[in-house]
Design a protein around this ligand. Structure first.
Ligand code: F6P
Length: 320
């Protein structure tokens, strides 16, 4: 192993910079040169990269976003795109590639692995926390904290006006962010794609809360549950509650990473470089039961990470 490529792809996540820095510095300590490809997979298609050194990645551990930039790159998914990416790796004699991203990124990485001799290691970094093989992803903790800070403020105005707020958080098709945020803010109701919740159930909870004397409420909804605006309208139609919708949106992807996200960046980067140097095979590194582990890349990309539904029960008990 002599040359390691690194790229960030898919939606950015806080802590991607800390991950780039950690990979670069740890790889250099093992006498590897590091090439940072720009704008995710696009960098491999356009042969756009820069040499990364311990000094060139200085001063970024605390910065949100990604210094290498990222993109959605439909061209990479084509046969020609994958071949071109493999050619670029061969051109620069890249024998190990670190892909920093989420589940979609690892699907792409798994396809690329069929066409290149370079070893590929994925580092999970996404606010969706949807990577099989890791209990937690870089950026997830930061996004939870960002959403919690915003919703605590929304709770103030909800109480003042005696309103119900539906707060929509990101997470793509998954409810990891919603359930963790919901518990942390004491949401009265949490809506996630993994557990169907009928309108009638929502209405029952709201009516019961009114009987108990609760005049305000927070419903945390994952974006994957569908049209939250319609849910807001339906609640207003069938109850006496005044309802507002607040979509938190892209702010959840930005900001300075929490200590937790930075720490995971370091732990995952160390494992990724170990895997590359040990030539252990394509994998996704991760945290499982407190241990840093590696999971086969193909398996990780093809397996849906389970969400622990007992968290929904806990949330319900905490919201009484
Ligand atoms: O995967 C991260 C994420 O922020 C999801 O939560 C969200 O659904 C999606 O990316 C948005 O993607 P885009 O940046 O392409 O709009």
């Amino acid at each position: 192993m002599k040359t390691v490529g690194v790229l960030t792809t898919g939606g950015d996540a806080p802590g991607m910079n800390a991950t780039i820095r950690a990979v670069t510095r740890i790889a250099h300590s093992r006498n590897l040169q590091v090439l940072g490809f720009e704008r995710g997979w696009e960098g491999l298609l356009t042969n756009t990269f820069r040499q990364l050194t311990p000094r060139s990645v200085g001063g970024i551990v605390q910065l949100g976003g990604t210094m290498l930039h990222t993109s959605r790159c439909p061209e990479f998914k084509t046969e020609e795109g994958l071949e071109k990416a493999a050619e670029t790796l061969a051109l620069h004699k890249v024998d190990g590639l670190v892909v920093i991203g989420g589940n979609g990124s690892f699907k792409g990485a798994s396809e690329l692995s069929k066409r290149t001799s370079a070893l590929i290691v994925g580092i999970p970094a996404t606010i969706d926390n949807d990577v099989f093989g890791s209990d937690e992803t870089v950026g997830f903790d930061t996004a939870i904290n960002t959403a919690v800070t915003a919703i605590d403020k929304i709770r103030d105005t909800a109480i003042s006006h005696e309103r119900i707020f539906i707060v929509e958080v990101m997470g793509r098709e998954r409810g990891f962010l919603a359930v963790n945020v919901g518990i942390s803010v004491g949401a009265e109701i949490i809506l996630i794609p993994e557990q169907e919740c009928k309108l009638e159930t929502i209405l029952e909870v709201i009516r019961e809360n009114t009987r108990k004397g609760k005049k305000a409420g927070i419903i945390v909804a994952a974006e994957g549950v569908g049209n939250t605006g319609t849910i807001a309208k339906e609640i207003e139609k069938h109850t006496s509650a005044e309802v507002r919708l607040s979509i938190l949106g892209y702010a959840q992807r930005g900001g300075s990473p929490t200590a937790r996200s930075r720490l995971l960046a370091g732990l995952f980067a160390e494992k990724a470089v170990d895997v590359l140097c040990g030539e252990e095979g394509n994998c996704v590194v991760g945290l499982q039961g407190g241990r840093v582990t590696g999971t086969n890349l193909k398996k990780s990309s093809e397996t849906q990470k389970p969400l622990d539904l007992s968290l929904m029960k806990l949330a319900e008990m905490l919201a009484t």
